[in-house]
Each structure stands twice: as structure tokens, then as C-alpha cells.
Write a protein that binds this ligand. Sequence first.
Ligand code: URA
Length: 280
Amino acid sequence: MNNIKKLIQQQFTNEHVSSINTTQNNIQNTDQSVSSTNTDNIETPSPEKNTDNTEDEVEDPMDNIKKPSTKDTKAKAKTQEPAPVFIPPVPTDPQLLELHNTCLTCKSCELCDSALNLVFGDGNPKAQLMVIGEAPGADEDEQGRPFVGRAGQLLIKLLNKYGVQREDIFIANILKHRPPNNRNPLSSEISACTPFLRKQIEIIQPKLLITLGNFSSQYILETKTGITKIRGVVQESSYGMVMPTLHPSAIIRGAYPVDLLEKDVVTALQYIGYDVTLED
Ligand code: URA
């Protein structure tokens, strides 16, 4: 209903109410002083409302103007809290910085148009271990950082359990921009984006890559074999040594037990020289 219709209905209702409720004699006058901008807040008086004389709604000529309850005000205050401002990380390493800046201006596919941020990857530029996921999700897109959502939290928790901090490793993805609605990467997007990943790996020179899930593992290992068949064994690729393993999102979805991912993470850490054994 448009504002004018509302106002007309309100006027009519007010007249009606004033004839049955002498305490509201001033309503019409008051209504005339209500500006057009706050007519949206005007509610048609209802029998319930008229009997609902709570602390917030004391009798007043303006009774037919809904006042926010304490609850409403609180709710509003909550929604009006400023949204956190995320500043995507910028590499400190000069070579990575140069590559990052090239990625910032990349227009090789359309993902840069729909994504909020470039998710270049971040971590230790001299990491022994580099983790490669599929593509940024919503949280990563918002923050410009890879693996900050639930999947990332699971991965980091597992690494922490064996003494590895997020800052010790480097994390990146096959794609550097989020595909809309988290759809699978297109082969054209993978072709457009992976030269940047190759360059990143060349700069960082990790001892081992951990590839998470089918997209990343199959791309790096140049295979079509599914992750469940190739996971858990350190193997050679044109990008260097690789431990393909399950994607933590698949664990969160309940597709596989977390033990398998943990086992592979421990094998990977042992490969790069960590003195760790699988814990209960
Ligand atoms: N899943 C990925 O593959 N990469 C991320 O960065 C986050 C979730």
C-alpha cells in the first residue's frame, strides 16, 4: 500500500476511533503534523493494541504512531553495529608482492567481476609446506584470505595439534577469485589462474605441497583419478612433491572421517622433517 493510501486509511480510522474513544480527541490534529516521511511507522489501531498499554506505549495523542519497544530498539542497535572491516593481506616478499599486484589487475576470466576480493594466498613466503585448496568461498572472498571459514578452521586445528601454526605455512588455491555461489571452477578459469599458482610455488619453493580435494589434487598431479584413490601418499608432480588428501569441507559434510585427513597431514609433516606421530 502506498503512503498516501495508508495516510487516507489512517485518517479514516482515526476519525472512527475518535468517535468511540474520547481520550483520543487530538489524534486528527496530531496526524496533520505527521510528516510524510514517518507515515510508514503509522499503524492502524487494533483492539489488541488499544489494550496493550505497556510502559513503552503510554496513552498519548500519538498513540496510533507505533513507538519502538525497548526490544525493537535493542534489535535495531544490534543490526546497526558496524560490520567488521577486513583488510586483505598483502605479501611482504617483493616477488610475491609483484605477483600479487599482477593478479589484482588480472582480467583473464570473469570471476574478478563477481568476487569481492582477490584471494591471493598468504602465509610464510619461505614455508616448507604449501597447502593448495580449490577456490575461495564466501568468508575468504569477504576477507581476501584463503581458508578462514569452517574448512580452514578444521585444517588449522589439525595442524596446530601437531605444532604447526598458520604462519608457518603458505596457503593458496587453484583459483584466486570466488566462483559465484561456490560453483565448481570451470576449466577455462583453471587455465587462466594456475600460471599464477605455478609462479607462487616457484617463488616459495616449498618442500611439499598438500593438495586438498579433487580439483587441486587432480590439477597438480595431472590425473583424472579420484582423491580417495590417490590420497595419503607423497608423490612427484611437475610442481614438486605432493601429498594429495581430502578437502576439509568434505569432512565437515560428513563424507569422510577426519582421521583420514589427520593421517595424511601427519604423513606430510613427517615428510618435511617434523618429529610427529599420529595421536588419538
Ligand atoms: N575451500 C577452498 O578450497 N579454499 C578456500 O580458501 C576455502 C575453502
